[in-house]
Design a protein. Sequence first.
Lengths: 288, 382, 279
Amino acid sequence: MKRAKKKELISLLAMVSPVSFWMALLIALPLIYILGISFCGTDEAHNIVLSPTLRNYARIFDPAIAGIYLNSLSVAGLATIFAILIGYPFAAIMANAKPFSKTLMYVALMLPFWTNCVIRLYAWRTILGSNGTLNFILLKLGLISKPLEIMFTRGAVVLGMVYTLLPFMVMPISTVLEKLDRGLLEASSDLGARPATTFLRVTLPLSAPGVFAGVIMVFIPALGFFFVSDLMGGGTSQLIGNLVERQFKESFNWPFGAALSVLLIAATLILVRLYTASGGQLDDLGAM
Amino acid sequence: MSRDPIVELAGVNKFYGENHVVKNLDLCVREGEFLSMLGPSGCGKTTTLRMIAGFERQTDGLITVEGESVEEKEPYERSVNTVFQSYALFPHMNVFDNVAYGLKVKKESKAGIKSRVDSALSLVRMQGYEKRRPAQLSGGQRQRIAIARAVVNNPKVLLLDEPLGALDMKLRRQMQLELKNLQKSLGITFLYVTHDQEEALMMSDRIAVMSGGVLEQIGTPKEIYEKPRTRFAADFIGEANMFEAVAREKRSGGAALFELESGTILAGAPEPFVPGEMHYISVRPEKTLFSSAPQDGFTLHGAVIEHIYAGSGIKCVILLPGGQEIKINVPAGFPAPEAGSAVHVYWKPGDAALIHSDSSAIHNTIKNVDLGKYAGVGHEES
Amino acid sequence: MKAPGKRGRRERIKNSVSRIFAGLVYLFLYIPIAVVVLFSFNTSRRNIVFEGFTLNWYKELTKNTALLEAFRNTLIVSGTSTVIATAVGTLAAIGMFRHKFKGRSLIDALLYIPVVIPEIVLGIALLSVFSIARIPLGLGSMILAHTTFCIPFVVFTVRARLAGFDKSIEEAAMDLGANRVKVLFGITLPIIAPGIASGAILAFTLSIDDIVISYFATGPSGTTLPLKIMEQVRAGVKPDVYALSAVIMLVTFLGVLGSQIIAYRGAKKMALAKDKGDL
């Protein structure tokens, strides 16, 4: 029996120790470090000094910082709402398509990702800029007398977020809708419900975990995507991500950046906790 | 049948955590026989099979194949092969590669593999399907390939885990006959797990009846059916009318008079005969008879409450005054009592099977403990 | 056959509305890509109005060694991370599927973290670890970083495929004499290969599209295409970047098309053979 148990153990170790070490060294350790330095201060030379303090967390109540937080939350919130409004119907169409069209729709949805998002966002500048294609056409047609200011506004940042993150809303919803038992919809209609009622009382509640997963996959990245704000907002719309980025790349105040990150993690954990409490599966967040 | 034992289990226990699924099992499979392990789901029969194959390890006890302990052997080092309930065909290989797998792993020569796979496929009448993938086969065809894939390795023992469980009734009956013939012609020992008692009765040389992790009885189908030794065996295999009876007096011809709650009956006399001792008596519905006049020794009288046409015969239910219901099966073409009529119930004393009551089982256990472990062994030898 | 009255008409309207909606969504997704392709052929170097057709930017591209080098780096980083993440992730998924062991839920929790937390947090956390461990920033650190966020996606995708895997198939192979290594390479991996392939494709897609984590893990020894483009944004992106993107898109498109055709043909052949088999 010993020999067999040993073999079993070796096979287990061979398979799970690489992932364990990798995750311990490059996920657990860095995050613990970030948590640790968020309670530290810095000296003049931007070195981290070990002096337990809550100052970094207190700075969040600084009006300038709080303003960035509120702006970031509203951008992420708006992007999430638009992503649901566009993504839900699209996911429903995809889930109900015939297998061949479904594959086609899926591939077409993921294909743009192979071109880096920076270049795709930059292309939006070409279209929407004050000297851009859209304004050029509208001016030529005489529909407007002076160019519309679309780029470098909060609206442009929201558009960039929706554009970048839409597939992450579509995929979990369509997965849930695909698994939905059609018998339930037929039962609802058999019991006298009109299509709208069936949607509101049956389809929507049952697809809620998918929507929730989509919200996590859109809202959270939207808080941190500083490059979208750079490209589309041109610095007019600061996000939490921009703030964190600056602490690490410009002002070298790592402890403050770490504290901001810890808050982001906390917000994430609360959302994820709500998601699992409402019956969502964590695996659905990662498998596409 | 006094062939040599090929697989032996001695005092085998299996726990899943707190769950004791196989309890102190002793079992001996003889070379060349068709032994079925029969019992309801969860009785430990599949676990026992999987321990012999090596997929599970016994918590304690000894398992030997050809007299050699297999404790330290991995499944791939054991000289047994398995036919799985789900067939477990490799979906990414065609039929030929599936059947050849075991030989290829053992690095047999190409030509040797080809000829052995050919003969295995002809054995299950699946020649011409070599290039098919499992997904392109019907359930029955997959079943045949699963069997060919196992027997091509000339296993010492073939372990079959409910191999016909996924087939429909008609195909199942056909495959039962084919499997039985295959076993006879190959001469390989079959250890066959099933929960279908009819299947076990039809196919087996011997049946091991299991319940709750305990081996209830082992014997030929005839012994199991006609002389069930436990209440479970009598109940699980076929239908049975079961009575709690107290021995009263010996009669001529090896029979004895017993007293029930609702009358008296005759059955074979227990050895030794102890007046006042409690017994269970089981009588099959097709052996249970009825008459309008009372029969010698029998005072069971009741009203016919069911009279059901069942094609090959008629099934009646008679309600005794004490509330017990007695089932009677009358073959088609013979007269059956009408519903609502009153009849006397009897049987030939030799058709009643005597089961030691639980109290006598306890008595036996105490006797064994008193004499010690070795006394039991000595007793068997004598 | 004529569609029956009111119901048929309602059905038709529903279908056309669906098609139009899906079309608009794809228009939204592909307009920037169309712009990229279109302006890669533009004679003007200002990306505003299409003035005339030229292949000049493609010629320029061949001379822009810095850009091509960045692209090569991108391929190195994404390719290497995908290979490592697929190997580590697949092994982990199978190990966690086969065995129940202490610490399994801990590994699970660590795997969920990179999926849910904002990329920027992972980016700075990795940057910190690289600086403590004195790992030089560059392609190596980028590969480490990309592999880290790709592993969980591989694990979850492979695990989803394993959910439908009949464990007795592995037992059957062992029963027939194959040891654990042979079972893994001869049976398990080939059967779950489609899952591994989608996991790898997902990892590569996420890696090649990533900007946030690369931004923090990059260093003097080499930069990737997205970072290079980010640098150029302020000064204005030259159309040779568009030309490179158009070439990448074309290759991707052909690759995806090819793999879909192969997959579709395979499925069709299978279905045909099955029809014959059931006679």
